[in-house]
Unconditional design. Structure first.
Length: 422
């Protein structure tokens, strides 16, 4: 059995590729069922965020090509368009990759905490769908423990660095003073909540939260003295916004070029700063062609993020050491499974011999032999049967000069010489 991590992320694929390979909440359960039906896959978890799509699988064979084909076929995309952007990790490398992802060491924002929640949610979804088993369950629990220790023992989370933070930092560069500005936040998830928090801490004048579920929008807006609207009301309120930050799970854009053009006319072409954090994108790319619109995607935030993450780099080195420890722990556990199976097999073998000898002993008792004779027979016969094969193998090892096997046997049996003169 081999563990595979197959996927693409912000480092290997542009946003226009990533957005076509996401697994939204409405299709993830079906995707897991489809993946589990693959002949090579025994267990599976799918992680899909704005910056990455990854499948973690336990395979019966080390062949990831069919899974690359599955990813393309599921989304109806030619594999030639997808394969150049894919990476795959097997065994130790796959284990280490998951731990690095869970701890935020493979994120666009080094050490960002949101990814751990996303990994936990992905594992829970896979578990609920019946796609996980003993191996991936243990692996993901190791990943969660590693992430918790890294948060506790290193300073990787001390600096406020995230995609949301980067978006607000960029807004401050453009407007310098946020107290007179209105921010329209589209969505109500973790990233938008973080953006709202950073905007509030930087003195934003007014916050509007738009979401498909108005109740969620209202709950978030209320924390920051803002007000909530439905997505269907966007066109009516867009002209009020100086800053737009969007991060929804919508498969289609929620803001089109025509809507933005109308808002600009109403604003008399006062500029709007827009950040589209979503994958697939929430804002039509053509919006960037409009004058007085400054549209950024997650890929554009990289430079801002780099300036704010230097303090985390030393902590990341410490985190890598912790990860190596957890990788070793998991590999040790995996190896122990082989020992467990061997122990079970040997016990079953010994118990079969025992039952066979007991049956013969009972026959001798029924024929009138004394208990002393039967006990002697049992002890002698059982000892001979248990020792026959190991003794023969050890003699052959000595004949062949297999010193390592003889030393291993000595370690295994922990034998001490008996002094027959004592």
């Amino acid at each position: 059995m081999s563990i595979l991590a197959l996927g693409l992320n912000h480092k290997t694929a542009p946003v226009e590729i990533r957005e076509r390979l996401t697994f939204g909440p409405d299709i993830i359960a079906g995707a897991l069922r489809s993946l589990k039906e693959h002949s090579a896959v025994k267990e599976a978890v799918i992680l899909s965020t704005c910056n990455r799509t990854e499948a973690y699988c336990c395979l019966g064979q080390e062949d990831h090509e069919p899974l690359a084909d599955w990813l393309s076929e599921f989304h109806g995309i030619d594999s030639d368009r997808v394969n150049p952007y894919l990476y795959s990790h097997f065994g130790d490398d796959a284990i280490k990759h998951l731990l690095r992802v869970s701890c935020g060491l493979d994120s666009l924002v080094l050490g960002e905490p949101q990814i751990l929640g996303q990994v936990k949610a992905a594992f829970q979804t896979a578990t609920d769908a019946g796609a996980t088993g003993k191996l991936l369950s243990k692996l993901f629990q190791h990943a969660f423990s590693a992430a918790k220790q890294i948060r506790t023992d290193t300073a990787i989370g001390n600096s406020p660095v995230s995609v949301a933070f980067a978006a607000v930092s960029l807004a401050k560069q453009i407007f310098s003073e946020l107290s007179e500005q209105t921010a329209l936040l589209i969505g109500a998830g973790e990233t938008i909540e973080l953006a709202a928090r950073h905007l509030s801490q930087n003195g934003i004048g007014r916050i509007i939260v738009a979401n498909r579920t108005v109740e969620k929008a209202h709950n978030l807006a209320a924390q920051f003295d803002g007000f909530a609207i439905a997505l269907t009301e966007l066109s009516s309120h867009l002209a009020e916004a100086d800053i737009v930050i969007s991060s929804t799970a919508s498969p289609l854009p929620v803001l089109g070029k025509g809507t933005v053009e109308s808002a600009l006319k109403e604003r008399k072409h006062r500029p709007i700063f827009m950040v589209d954090i979503a994958v697939p994108r929430d804002i039509e790319p053509e919006v960037s062609d409009l004058s007085d619109i400054y549209l950024y995607t997650v890929d554009d935030l990289d430079e801002v993020i780099q300036e704010n993450m230097r303090s985390r780099e030393e902590a990341a080195e410490q985190a890598e050491e912790i990860i190596e420890h957890y990788v070793g722990e998991y590999l040790g556990w995996l190896r122990s499974l082989d020992a467990v199976e061997l122990i079970q097999d040997y016990r079953a073998y010994a118990e079969n011999l025992r039952d066979e000898v007991i049956q013969k002993a009972m026959q001798q008792l029924n024929k009138g032999k004394s208990p002393e004779e039967v006990l002697q027979f049992m002890g002698h016969t059982l000892t001979n049967k248990l020792l026959h094969t190991p003794s023969a193998q050890l003699r052959q090892a000595g004949f062949n000069g297999q010193i390592e096997l003889l030393e291993a046997a000595n370690t295994l049996f922990q034998l001490k010489k008996i002094d027959n003169n004592s």
